[in-house]
Design a binder for this molecule. Sequence first.
Ligand SMILES: [Ca+2]
Length: 139
Amino acid sequence: MGRIAALGIGIVTLTSGAVVPAVADSSEGVAQTRQAQSGSGDATGVQLAKGKLHLYKHTYFKGAHIALSKTDKKLKNNGWAGGNADNAVSSVQNKTSRSVTLWDRSGKDCNGPHIKIPAHSEQKKLGKMNDKTSCVIFH
Ligand SMILES: [Ca+2]
């Protein structure tokens, strides 16, 4: 009985003495690795910006459509099958990482009624801006 108890204590001491410092070292290593990975994650975010802004002729993303990846201040010059996107857009899907504003009036400084479409969002109806968009600005 006396011998078994002594042996048991010896094992516990040896185990805890060897294991505890090893765990502390490896957890520090894990923390440093995670920091390095989150830094490289920014590059992945930039790649998401390659999506496009989809403008549809009808509500609920139906009918003819065009896809833009940059500001277009004169939709009159931008057409879809069977017509022109100017004053004809009724729904929008913004698949880019930038917010976009749709303006009623085209030109150098687009103005008038407008609607802002946040990044990665969609509008199945445009309300007062239905069939009014003449200018699209990416922010
Ligand atoms: Ca207009």
